[in-house]
Each structure stands twice: as C-alpha cells, then as structure tokens.
Design a binder for this molecule. Structure first.
Ligand code: NAP
Length: 254
C-alpha cells in the first residue's frame, strides 16, 4: 500500500458495533473502504468485536481495531476515540450507535432504569461527540451519525426513558449541526423503525405481528437497511445534509 493511500483513506468509529445495526454499519463502511474501529461495552463482548474486526480486515483489506469501552463513561469514551485516532491517524466518521432499553410503564419505572438508558443512549452520544468535535473541526472534515429512533420522534408507551434519550439525541444532533457545519462537519440523526436485532428479539410473535401491521412495507427492517443510509450520510455526497432526522422504518411513521 502506498503512503498516499494510507493518508487519504478515511477512518470510522462505530460505537456498539459488536452486534445488530452497529455490526451491519461497520461491515458496510469497511466494504466501502473505511478503516473501522469496532466497539462493545465490556470485555465480555470483546471476542465478538475482535472476530468482526479481523474478518473485516481480511475480507475488505482495511485496517480495523476492536475496543471495549462503555460510552456512558466520559473517560472510557475519550479513551475509545483516542485509541481509534492513534490506530488510524484520524477519525472522519463517528457513528453513535450504542444503545440499550429498559422498558416499563412510567409509574413502575425504576430511577436506575431511567438513568441507565439516558446514560448510554444520550450521554454516551454526547461523550463521543465531545471527544471527536475538536479533531474533526481541525481536520475540516467530519461526519457524525447519531442513532435515534422513531420512538424518539413519536414517543411510545412503556418506553419513556428510551424515548426521552432518543429525543435528546435529536436535539443534540441539531445543535451539533449548527456548531460544526462551517468546518465541513455534518451531524445527522437516523431514526430506525422496527429492525430485527437482539434488541427486538424478545418481543412476542403477537407483538411482532401487530407491529408489522403498522408498517407500510409490511416487513420488519434489517440492520442492512439502516447501514446503507449511514454509509451515504458518511460520504462526500452527503456534505450538504446536516441537522436532519431521517427515518428508516418502511413507512411505519407515516
Ligand atoms: P443491539 O442488538 O442490542 O446491540 C447493541 C450494541 O450496543 C451492542 O454492540 C452492545 O455491545 C452495544 N452497547 C450497549 N451498551 C453500550 C455501552 N454502554 N457502550 C458501548 N457499547 C454499548 O441493538 P440494536 O438493535 O442493533 O440497536 C442499535 C442502535 O439502534 C441503538 O442505539 C438502538 O437504540 C437503535 N435502534 C434500534 C432499533 C431496533 O428496532 N433494533 C430501532 C430504533 C433504534 P455489547 O455486546 O457489549 O452489549
């Protein structure tokens, strides 16, 4: 590989990419030629993250890295971003995908379940954005893609914590877009509908059927449906799109 290729190749950090949507995003970006940092929350997920990173390096010929870091912790998030910068020389694309749910009706929702969900989904996104913002402004290029949800737009009974965190992500994204646009750094939110992953695996067949009824496309989404949009938002072609919330939901929110 020539030095020129080394310096012009773009690098992406995808949080929560050991499984589900994040994994599909990491695969999509590696196939598009990005160096990719795969992340999971703890040592427990590291074998899966490493396996993915190794497979992407072998299959796509890109540089990869696997890092366990809890994005809800500001120090761990900063260390994660530092590790990616050290390995690749830069981070051009940050995909804040790490997310959790702790569902329950508000009257019975435990305070720690509210804090945990907001801590990972919203504060984790803030932590990683803060850690990359200055670097992206300095390099006069950056693409931040934050994973929100249709639930953050419309709300959902039983998910007050999750909806609040995902609505917060939208406000954070729009503010970032205003702060960073003049430096050629975009920030957009993706709002998936019902996507088949571990997060939605626990739902009963009855609930799944009821959800499918509400989707115009009459099917649940696949992680790859979301990953394709993330790839576009990360590209040069998407440079004039910022501060937007784009649903990938098969028409569920129409
Ligand atoms: P998933 O299958 O449960 O995977 C979650 C990923 O996030 C895992 O890699 C997990 O790593 C990681 N993660 C969790 N907490 C973390 C933390 N504190 N620090 C770093 N990584 C952490 O979830 P998914 O369905 O793919 O969802 C991905 C994103 O899309 C989430 O933000 C979710 O809210 C959003 N979303 C999903 C749907 C859907 O229908 N699936 C719909 C709308 C929005 P570990 O393996 O270490 O736990």
């Amino acid at each position: 590989m020539t030095n020129e290729t080394e310096t012009t190749r773009r690098a992406a950090l995808v949080t929560g990419s050991s499984r589900g949507i994040g994994r599909a995003v990491a695969q999509e970006l590696a196939r598009a030629g990005y160096d990719v940092c795969v992340n999971c929350s703890s040592e427990q997920g590291l074998p899966a993250a490493r396996e993915l990173a190794d497979a992407l390096a072998a299959d796509c010929g890109v540089r990869t890295l696997a890092v366990a870091a809890n994005v809800a912790d500001a120090q761990e998030a900063a260390t994660l971003v530092d590790a990616a910068c050290q390995e690749f020389g830069r981070v051009d694309v940050l995909v804040n995908n790490a997310g959790i749910t702790r569902d329950g009706l508000i009257a019975r929702m435990k305070e720690e379940d509210f804090d945990a969900v907001v801590g990972v989904n919203l504060k984790g996104t803030f932590n990683c954005c803060k850690a990359v913002a200055q670097r992206m402004m300095k390099q006069r290029f950056g693409r931040i893609v934050n994973m929100s949800s249709v639930v953050g737009v419309a709300g959902n009974a039983g998910q007050a914590n999750y909806a609040a965190s995902k609505a917060g992500v939208i406000g954070l994204t729009k503010s970032l877009a205003r702060e960073l646009a003049s430096r050629n750094v975009t920030a957009n939110a993706v709002a998936p509908g019902f996507i088949t992953t571990d997060m939605t695996a626990a739902l009963s067949d009855k609930r799944r059927e009821a959800m499918t009824e509400r989707i115009a496309a009459r099917r649940l989404g696949a992680p790859e449906d979301v990953a394709a949009l993330v790839r576009f938002l990360a590209s040069d072609e998407a440079g004039y799109i910022t501060g937007q919330v784009i649903c990938v939901d098969g028409g569920m929110s129409l």
